[in-house]
Design a binder for this molecule. Sequence first.
Ligand SMILES: NC(=O)C1=CN([C@@H]2O[C@H](COP(=O)(O)OP(=O)(O)OC[C@H]3O[C@@H](n4cnc5c(N)ncnc54)[C@H](O)[C@@H]3O)[C@@H](O)[C@H]2O)C=CC1
Ligand SMILES: O=C(CO)COP(=O)(O)O
Length: 302
Amino acid sequence: MRICILGAGQWGRCVAALLEEKGYDVEFRHHTDRRWPQPLDALLLALPVQHFRQTLVRFPPPACPILSLAKGLELPEALRPSEIVRQVWGENTSVGALSGPNFASEIAQRLPTAAVVAAEREEVSLLFQRILHCHRYRVYRSTDLIGVELAGALKNVYAIAGGICVGLGLGDNALASLLTRSLAEMTRLGRRLGARPATFRGLAGVGDLFLTGTSDQSRNRRLGKLVAQGLPVDLALQRIGSVVEGYPTTKSVVRAARFENVRKPIATEVYQILYEGKPPKAALSQLVEPIPEQEEEEFGES
Ligand SMILES: NC(=O)C1=CN([C@@H]2O[C@H](COP(=O)(O)OP(=O)(O)OC[C@H]3O[C@@H](n4cnc5c(N)ncnc54)[C@H](O)[C@@H]3O)[C@@H](O)[C@H]2O)C=CC1
Ligand SMILES: O=C(CO)COP(=O)(O)O
């Protein structure tokens, strides 16, 4: 079986190594290429989401199932990776998504973890589960493509919030509270777009949120921490030096029409810190001080 990976960053290279270990023939394509390898059985997309569209248009629609490995929402409409794929290559394109608590660096060290592959059509999720699953990478299946893609993208916004909380030295109680309320907010945003709430309690949701919200390996959390410690956003992004999907995704979530009128106080504060220069301390205290308004319940807490 011949598998192509478009995008050779940390994640694309890590997944390639895993597949090669399983005996697959893997070939990379870069965003400057124009042709697919022949023949081609499956395509994995490992590009940052903001580069998806401009890269995909260079290539003809591939005649094989596609899996997005990316975690973000495209500006300005907050489109999910699979939505971009279908806009560019046609509505009938077979496309799924992979997500979960997966730091590339740990998987590259052969440490174990789990993930979920989602696709609307079960034969697509079955195919990619079979391709990726192995003794150190346990792959589950889901039919909630919307939920899995949204969970993977949104957790980056809340990992930044976690970093801000840590950077301000607010303590572990505050961090746990913030991440729990973040999960409620993610679930609410997901519900608006038709995602299943249960998906947010799975690997792509709580699994990845708690990983990236509590570990300094996360680039998103590091961005929040550096900014809370007083570094200007552009310098913080430069210092991290690789893709921080939560940065554009925060803007997508707060500005896109599809999330209008969904209560999202945490994402809004993160947006104001990153894009409007609001001092992190003022933003975070705004989340802590007022008695919460009555809101749609996610955890029976109103
Ligand atoms: N690194 C990780 O641990 C994980 C990353 N992901 C996701 O995978 C996606 C890729 O992330 P990483 O591989 O970590 O990024 P990276 O920062 O290591 O690599 C960046 C990638 O962007 C490509 N690129 C740079 N400029 C480009 C342009 N103008 N047009 C198109 N492509 C361009 C590069 O070729 C490279 O493939 C992101 O959505 C990320 O959230 C998901 C799970 C784990
Ligand atoms: O998605 C990831 C791990 O699951 C990678 O997180 P960061 O992009 O925050 O480093």
